[in-house]
Design a protein around this ligand. Structure first.
Ligand SMILES: [Mg+2]
Length: 451
């Protein structure tokens, strides 16, 4: 028996704004950060969970993590995992905390860190990676992980069990694929950040082609002229007829009519989809954009969103409205593994592929599990996963790519355990002499203008 005895939170920030890694039309200079939660127990195991932010405000998420994590202190892990759907409902049912959500915003980001920390802990006690725990469950056990409140008009637990049973007979074949690192094809955004120079773009694209990638995503939405030039460079590097796929991402900068006009201008570059064309809350706006771009002279352009979609209820509506070509859940913006399972099942029901959001520190470590679960257990089909090649060196068991596929994680846990030295070196505001944030180098970020 493992009893939860306490927790600590850590505010860890990496100064990525210095070189514009992660820059896009909305997020000009982010410092990739982790609001981190370590769940302590009376055993040798700890649960490590985190939520991704891009810097300022990370301390607010850490404070929210403390209010939620205290709900599990003193509990036995067995009690938490015996009926996960019930546990998840319990964690969102503190009525006073619910007022500052419910199930969205900072409090939900914090829930993601705590829930994922509990899964990491559970996986370590079972000596399995998280994806394997789900792969070894029966359909009924998978469905019991989910709180179906607010989604039964689109998907009932009984339907969910039936969907899982449809793909179950071939599950062992897909587990073998996963064990051979053939479950999750990867795509790259590493070349496409808006703040990178054209020379850097060219060099990184050439490298990505050489590394075996087939899908490439570029940020757009800064200026049309500039985007046309960058997309010309991209198409020169990856070709139109070599089986390479181009995607573009506007990070919410446009209103609905602007998105339609702008994307018609970029249609000649034949992108598969436009990601986050407008407000992440605008379900009907996304549906209108998808409809308007469904027959450009160069073919259809799909619509993708999800990295800032706050919960399963919103995803349900996006799907019901026919607003999505591709669904991109974030592993910690929604309430952790359990709510992700609900979202993956909703996507399966509506026949929409999932391509989880991974552009952030720790996200590829999480989403490699989710995409593997989707392939092995839920959709039975290979999709794609974003792989961003930054900051992996800070993790004990970093995500990696080989031959264009994600290397399936095999170590027990949920893969976001950060190295103690990295946590110390990048803790914020940090101790003088220990944290980078107390150095001279940090001053331009700390005292410069906020953008
Ligand atoms: Mg994006």
């Amino acid at each position: 028996m493992v009893k939860i005895t306490g927790f600590v939170t850590r505010d860890v920030r990496f100064p990525t704004s210095l070189d514009k890694t992660g820059s896009d039309a909305m997020n000009a200079a982010g410092d990739y950060s982790s609001a981190y939660c370590i769940i302590k127990t009376d055993s040798q195991h700890e649960g490590h969970g985190m939520t991704f932010t891009i810097g300022r405000g990370n301390e607010i998420v850490c404070a929210a993590i403390s209010t939620i994590a205290s709900l599990v202190v003193g509990k036995d892990l067995d009690e938490i995992t015996a009926d996960w759907g019930k546990t998840w409902r319990y964690l969102v049912s503190d009525s006073q905390l619910r007022w500052i959500g419910p199930e969205k915003g900072v409090i939900h980001l914090a829930l993601g860190a705590v829930v994922n920390g509990l899964w990491d802990l559970w996986a370590k006690t079972l000596a399995k990676p998280v994806w394997r725990i789900i792969a070894d469950m029966t359909p009924e056990e998978v469905v019991r992980c989910i709180d179906f409140r607010y989604i039964t008009d689109a998907l009932t637990p009984e339907e969910a069990v039936a969907l899982l049973k449809e793909v179950e007979p071939t599950k062992q074949d897909r587990i073998r694929d996963a064990e051979q690192n053939r479950a999750v094809p990867a795509y790259t955004t590493s070349a496409g950040w808006l703040g990178y120079s054209e020379e850097k773009l060219k060099a990184l694209l050439a490298q990505s082609v050489e590394d075996g990638f087939k899908h490439f995503k570029l940020k757009v939405g800064g200026s049309l002229e500039n985007d046309k030039r960058r997309l010309t460079i991209a198409r020169e590097a990856i070709g139109y007829d070599k089986g390479n796929v181009l995607m573009v991402d506007a990070n919410q900068v446009w209103s609905v009519p602007e998105a339609i006009t702008y994307m018609k201008e970029l249609a000649q570059f034949k992108p598969w989809f436009i990601e986050e064309p407008t407000s992440p809350d605008d379900v009907l706006g996304h549906a209108a954009i998808r409809k308007a771009l469904s027959d450009t002279p160069y073919g259809p352009i799909g619509v993708a969103t999800g990295e800032m979609c706050q919960n399963r209820v919103m995803f349900k509506q996006f799907l019901q409205a026919g607003a999505l070509t591709v669904l991109q859940p974030d592993a910690c913006r929604v309430g952790g593994v359990n709510e992700c399972l609900a979202i993956l099942l909703l996507a399966r029901k509506f026949g929409i592929p999932i391509v989880p959001h991974s552009g952030g520190v720790g996200l590829p470590e999480y989403t490699q599990h989710l995409s593997t679960i989707d392939y092995v257990v839920i959709s039975g089909k290979r999709s794609l996963l974003e792989y961003v090649d930054h900051l992996h060196e800070h993790f004990e068991h970093p995500a990696s790519v080989k031959d264009g596929y994600i290397v399936t994680p095999t170590e027990p846990g949920y893969s976001v355990q950060m190295k103690p030295d990295s946590m110390e070196q990048y803790s914020f505001p940090g101790e003088p002499g220990k944290s980078w944030w107390t150095s001279e180098e940090a001053k331009p970020i700390l005292t410069g203008p906020r953008i």
